[in-house]
Design a protein around this ligand. Structure first.
Ligand code: ZN
Length: 447
């Protein structure tokens, strides 16, 4: 089946003024100004109302945190006190049912914002939630969204000098065995993969050095990506100096983590020399502008990192520090916070889109998504400019960012429509809202 997505209002691609032809889940052809498809098409979709961009890619999240949005114990705190307040609440209340609903809700929200490929850094494995990765794989498959299952881990609890409670950490053997099981079962390295796996010790203050090192060995064996939190706060700098006698990036290097297999969440507090080192090793950085502003953590040095050679992607981050899962909103926030650090001419809407598409794809190690070009996967997000907020807008691509687009009208993943008329295919949104809301109540009631 050859589908011509014809004559869009605007499209974020070179030489596709008359749209694209989709065939077998891929973009088969770009149709330039004054041209028609090279071969006959079976069907045409009139995109005259739509601004089309590559599907957005989210490279950092914690789905379970949607159950503690705007939680009274979390509001108005910076990262370490925020974590110390919320860890026990999460540890006591995350159930398998709640986790499934949180996963479904986050994936649906991301999809509705125009996101076609996601990763979730899940690091909480209390008793009963041992199959968390399997739940996420099922929910992603159900929704037809691409996902990098990011198997997190924590083995350093309060009694060993870490931050999390004893009940949510696992021992190293259990962690590595489950990582291997998940990799064998779900990691598809091929082009067009719907599921991939990355390994992700939570942060230097929640795992042992041995686990950091052994995780690299496993990732090399299965050729998968590595992920962790790094350089998010000054508290972390102090923790690393007092526990390891060095700065976070030095510690990461000691663990064998300075390579292009790695992408880091946040990456805020790097000095000039550290930025150059990251770039030299092509370590990716996921910029999380909304979370960084909410927790007053600081600003990622996006431009310097890119210039040094690091891919920079975008993430909404866990939903208790955002507190939603709308990646298009984070595109807007990325533009704004970066303009405060740099200037208006240096940071454009195209930069913000590049981070959320091409840059994110590079962080996840994918070359088949993140751009609209012949041969790429047909992952596309369609927005209309029909709402009042867009009235009077001139540049349609810039308008998505400047006027604050937040909901896609249509989303296509691997050539299949997964959102039509602003609604996700196969999800009862009202029911999901009700059930997730009910599941979240216990996080307040037992407090
Ligand atoms: Zn995070």
């Amino acid at each position: 089946m050859r589908l011509w997505i014809k004559d869009p209002l605007a499209i974020l691609a070179f030489g596709a003024e008359r749209g694209v032809v989709v065939e077998d889940g891929r973009i088969a052809e770009l149709v330039g100004r004054g041209a028609t498809p090279g071969r006959p098409v079976d069907k045409t979709f009139d995109a005259g109302r739509h601004v089309i961009i590559p599907g957005l890619i989210n490279t950092h999240h914690h789905f379970f945190q949607t159950l503690t949005r705007a939680h009274p114990e979390g509001i108005n705190k910076e990262l370490f006190p925020w974590l110390e307040a919320l860890y026990p609440i999460w540890a006591r209340n995350v159930t398998p049912e709640g986790f499934r609903l949180a996963t479904r809700l986050s994936l649906t929200e991301l999809l509705l914002s125009g996101c076609t490929c996601v990763s979730d850094h899940h690091y909480l494995f209390p008793a009963g939630l041992e199959d968390a990765m399997d739940v996420q794989a099922e929910e992603a498959e159900r929704l037809g969204i691409r996902m990098t299952l990011t198997r997190g881990s924590m083995n350093l609890s309060i009694k060993d000098g870490g931050l999390p409670p004893d009940t949510v950490v696992q021992d190293e053997d259990t962690i590595l065995a489950d990582c291997e099981r998940i990799l064998s079962r779900y990691h598809d390295p091929d082009e067009g993969a719907m599921l991939q796996v990355a390994l992700a010790p939570c942060a230097p203050f929640t795992v042992t050095k041995r686990l950091m090192v052994d995780t690299v060995g496993l990732a090399e064996r299965f050729d998968c990506k590595l992920h962790t939190h790094l350089a998010e706060t000054h508290d972390e700098d102090e923790y690393c100096l007092s526990h390891f006698g060095c700065r976070p990036l030095d510690y990461l290097e000691e663990c064998g983590w300075l390579s292009d297999r790695v992408w880091l969440a946040h990456g805020i507090h790097f000095n000039d020399q550290e930025v150059r080192r990251l770039g030299r090793h092509h370590v990716g950085v996921c910029h999380c502008p909304t979370s960084n502003m909410t927790l007053a953590s600081g600003q990622c040095r996006t431009k310097e990192l890119e210039e040094a050679g690091s891919p920079v992607g975008l993430g909404v981050d866990g939903s208790a520090s955002n507190d939603n899962s709308n990646l298009m909103e984070s595109v807007r926030h990325a533009l704004m916070i970066n303009r405060l650090t740099y200037d208006a001419a240096t940071v454009t809407p195209l930069d913000a889109f590049r981070w959320a598409t091409e840059g994110s794809a590079r962080c996840l190690g994918r070359t088949d998504v993140g751009a609209i070009a012949a041969g790429m996967q047909a992952d596309l997000a369609f927005y209309t400019l029909d709402e009042l907020r867009f009235s009077g807008a001139h540049d349609p691509i810039a308008a998505l960012v400047m006027c604050g687009a937040y909901a896609a009208d249509r989303v296509m993943i691997a050539g299949k429509w997964q959102v039509e008329d602003g609604m996700p295919i196969g999800v009862d949104v009202d029911r999901l809202r009700f059930e997730h809301g009910e599941a979240a109540r216990r996080f307040l009631e037992t407090f």
